[in-house]
Design a protein around this ligand. Sequence first.
Ligand code: FAD
Length: 386
Amino acid sequence: MRKIAIIGGGAAGCFCAVEIKRRCPSYDVTVFEAASRPMIKLGLTGGGRCNITNSFEGVESLADVYPRGVNLMKRLLHSFGPSDCLSWFGEYGVRFVTQEDGCIFPESQDAIQIVQVLERAMRGFGVKLVCNKKIANISELSGYDAVVVTTGGGTARLLEGTGIEMIPDVPSLFTLKIADDRLRSLMGTVVDNVALGIARTRFRSHGTLLLTDWGVSGPATLRLSSYAARWLASEQYHGTLLVNWLNDSEQGLRERLAAMSKSARTVANSHPTELSDRLWHMLVERAGIRPDARWAELGAKGLSRLVNILISDSYPIIGRARFKEEFVTCGGVSLSEIDPSTMECRRVPGLYFAGEVLDIDAVTGGFNLQAAWSTAFTAAKSIASR
Ligand SMILES: Cc1cc2nc3c(=O)[nH]c(=O)nc-3n(C[C@H](O)[C@H](O)[C@H](O)COP(=O)(O)OP(=O)(O)OC[C@H]3O[C@@H](n4cnc5c(N)ncnc54)[C@H](O)[C@@H]3O)c2cc1C
């Protein structure tokens, strides 16, 4: 009988264990978990609702959602994509809802339902689960025919002595601390369609921005943090945030403002944008325009200053903060070490990797869990076919 060890009882590890047993019920599969129970993090995902995957319908390019690991994910999504994920959990009675933004959640809106499905399936198939067992080095498991490492982020010590290349870990998916009291005083303000960037880099994102009492958050910020994760870490989370408040071009904005040019109303109190009045007041002030100045007396220079602030505003980034405790690790086992059709390590036959331990990570929206399901499925299929 083939003996399989899985190190890490998280989403990828437990899913992989069940999938191996579904295919080969006679295999002896053991999951070693360092914590006192499995899948603690999975139970917290999506704010407790579990954003289990994404419809991918609004995704123009996979590189936009997988800043690291895009080529591997392109391949794996063909063999186990979002619809396969929904069918898989659907077989265990889970029903799903898809939000307008493509995020998919269980209809129960309860991440614990997903945890329980996997726990029940593990029990049903006779997967052995050993909790409170931290594996220090994979050499401890030399008696197994195959070992799957699904330990999530930060697990370099486990692989010491193997020569496997690790890409250094840095956090991804965080919010940014901004040194500007005026901006922070607008906490709670939501701006629907901004474009963000980091000065002197190619990192850009767009979407909804949320102003907070420490700086900026919301989907556009989280995306930017994901794209620029490594660069920001190398700069100790300091840089210049560029904000195009209307995600518009200079010409588009000038056309929008042209209608106001002869208006006798004050610039501060009338504006043709969807920005909140409080935010508009701040931006008018930043453009150096008097609060009582009228549109008709702005002049070319005043208008240019306003346009410039609206589309090329900038703020000092002075650190990072966590997004509701949610983050993923960027880095991990180098994908050059892995056979993409099996998830087996090229250097160490019989050693497999799945989930966040790999150098794959995504923006928010269910893409990270999809990576865990796809990689775990591929490893399980390969192990079962031996
Ligand atoms: C709060 C939060 C919310 C999130 N929400 C979402 C979401 O809604 N949608 C989404 O797509 N992604 C989400 N993510 C990301 C997602 O949770 C991860 O991408 C996913 O859990 C990765 O699964 P994994 O099994 O690879 O790793 P983990 O889930 O981290 O599991 C790894 C397991 O290995 C164990 N372990 C580690 N080292 C050892 C060792 N040496 N020996 C034994 N056991 C070990 C750990 O205790 C852990 O249980 C969220 C992340 C966080 C932190």
